[in-house]
Design a protein around this ligand. Structure first.
Ligand SMILES: [Cu+2]
Ligand SMILES: [Zn+2]
Length: 160
């Protein structure tokens, strides 16, 4: 079996740039690795949103990808959206290194994330522990500060 691979190249208005690679193992886990620079130091919510429409910033990418109709949570929670990848952390240099392995974001099949949006938020994700309104506020507030890329504009190919 070969692995599926997708690459998201991220550029933003304010000097934010980076790349995020998604590689799906034949056993089903998807490994997410990459580096994004130009962020403010600290935590940034990192999600797969349902829609690949980035014409109106974060707002047009819809809610978190949630094919199983669950509640928002942390990546390690049983109750979570498939798109809930938690937070990435930028150091004092504004660089976030990403290294995530997750079983709910396949690149193939009926719950595939291909064609959806990768969103890096300006603000931290409360991981479902806080107030729901705070999360909504966070999502709308970050619309024009978010960085995202639609996976179907990227390369999908087989690794031998
Ligand atoms: Cu999000
Ligand atoms: Zn969520």
């Amino acid at each position: 079996m070969s692995s599926l691979k997708a690459l998201a190249l991220i550029t933003g208005d304010t000097g934010i740039r980076g790349s995020v690679q998604f590689v799906q193992d034949p056993n089903g886990a998807t490994h997410v690795t990459g580096k994004i620079s130009g962020l403010s130091p600290g935590l940034h919510g990192f999600h797969i949103h349902a829609l690949g429409d980035t014409t109106n910033g974060c707002n047009s990418t819809g809610p978190h990808f949630n094919p199983l109709k669950k509640n928002h949570g942390a990546p390690s929670d049983k109750e979570r959206h498939a798109g809930d990848l938690g937070n990435i952390t930028a150091g004092s240099d504004g660089v976030a290194e990403i290294s995530i392995s997750d079983r709910q974001i396949p690149l193939s099949g009926i719950h595939s994330i291909l064609g959806r949006a990768v969103v890096v938020h300006a603000d931290p994700d409360d991981l479902g522990k806080g107030d729901v309104c705070l999360l909504c506020l966070m999502l709308s507030y970050v619309a024009f500060l978010s960085v995202m890329l639609v996976l179907d504009k990227t390369v999908l190919y087989d690794l031998e």
